[in-house]
Design a binder for this molecule. Structure first.
Ligand code: ADP
Length: 380
């Protein structure tokens, strides 16, 4: 486990102690990290003390009150900037001096937290900074952008592939050593589980390829007039095996004459991901309805399911890379956490929108709105 040093600079002992209490058992992890990061708290009651500690201990994060007895917070910030220390400074400030805090962020502070803050607010802010700082440091030594992206991807890939590979290796060894006797049937469950993990790895690799292409910087759309119902049919066929396995009925409605200017591969990625999620996160015997329609210059795709749904909190980050909802209902469902972020990246690149309405145990509806006549001039 590695630690970040957090220096709290405030003349109110209550704020210093409160921060210590809130952060002392707090840990942050990230898919790129092999281990958690926790926090060592340092304290200073004045700006002068703060500078001494900064020089001696080089903290990673400084939580800095502006109103201090001697030199002011803003001068401490200036000192850190002049020394070019790799420290993230966050101003902690009362509502009365918000304006000053905003000015501080212009002078190099990363952010500000208004006082009084709740433990959740402080933790959320520290989590954010920690992830930023971690990524920044990880990629700092790699000079070209290509190298950075490759490095991130390789870290994630190795992290995400290690667990299923270990599991499969374990099963194969058990089978090889005939641990369950000579009856071939006894091994069926291990074989099924291995195949399931292989499926997960294959999906992850395919998702990573899509993501690499989308992250390459330029829109690479192979635009052509597509008949949307043809692609919807392919996607429906793609999810059919999963739907049969889960006993979920999938209905797709799309006017046969609906034509739009779009990359067919990307339309397939959007529909495949939304449909397969609607099946994957559904209940046995559930239902999925996909409706595609057009109105004037836009095409709307809605995918509704009768599945496990998500609460408001769970919905917050699901469009980000590698984010999966972790609860008892999703524990046994495999996925990379990339599908929706890929869908969103594609939708954004066309200037479209994606929305979600979801209720736990009732189901989810994803709505995608896309321009019907897209041309490259529309994005800049
Ligand atoms: P994954 O590969 O994990 O399915 P996605 O990016 O496609 O990744 O989805 C992110 C998370 O959003 C999923 O892990 C799941 O928890 C949640 N999710 C996505 N679609 C649905 C849905 N239709 N119903 C309930 N939860 C969903």
């Amino acid at each position: 486990m590695s630690s970040f040093k957090v220096l709290v600079v405030d003349d109110e002992p209550g704020i210093r102690m409160g921060t210590r209490r809130i952060l002392q058992n707090f840990k942050v992890d990230y898919p790129f990290m092999d281990e958690h990061i926790d926090f060592e708290i340092l304290e200073a009651a004045t700006g002068e003390d703060a500078i001494e500690i900064i020089d001696a201990q080089l903290p990673d994060i400084v939580l800095l009150d502006n109103k201090l007895p001697g030199i002011q917070g803003i001068q401490v910030l200036e000192y850190i900037r002049n020394k070019q220390y790799d420290i993230v400074v966050v101003m902690i400030t009362s509502y009365a001096s918000l304006e000053l805090a905003v000015k501080a962020t212009r002078d190099g502070a990363y952010d500000f937290i208004p006082k009084p803050f709740t433990p959740q607010e402080l933790r959320a802010s520290i989590e954010n900074i920690t992830k930023q700082l971690f990524l920044r440091r990880m990629t700092q030594n790699l000079n070209t952008e290509g190298k950075q992206i490759r490095f991130q991807f390789m870290s994630v890939l190795s992290h995400e592939l290690k667990a299923p590979l270990n599991a499969i290796e374990g099963y194969i060894r058990m089978i090889g050593e005939k641990q369950m006797g000579d009856n071939v049937d006894s091994y069926q469950e291990m074989i099924d589980r291995s195949l399931e993990r292989i499926k997960g790895m294959r999906q992850l690799i395919l998702d990573m390829l899509d993501l690499t292409r989308l992250n390459s910087g330029k829109p690479m759309h192979k635009l052509q007039q597509i008949v949307v119902s043809d692609i919807a049919r392919i996607s429906k066929d793609t999810v059919r095996p999963l739907a049969i396995q889960k006993d979920v009925d999938v209905y797709v409605y799309c006017p046969s004459e609906l034509v739009m200017n779009f990359d067919p591969g990307e339309m397939e990625i959007i529909l495949n991901n939304l449909l397969s999620n609607a099946v994957k996160y559904n209940h046995e015997g559930g239902r999925v309805d996909c409706r595609i329609s057009s109105e004037k210059d836009q095409v709307t795709i809605t995918v509704s399911d009768t599945g496990i749904g998500m609460d408001k909190e769970e919905q917050l980050h699901i469009f980000e890379d590698f984010v999966r909802v972790k609860n008892t209902k999703t524990r046994h469902i495999t996925g990379s956490g990339l599908g929706l972020s890929i869908v969103k990246k594609i939708v954004d690149s066309y200037g479209g929108k994606i929305k979600l309405q979801s209720y736990p145990d009732k189901g989810s509806t994803f709505t995608v709105i896309l321009p019907r006549e897209f041309s490259f001039e529309q994005i800049n």
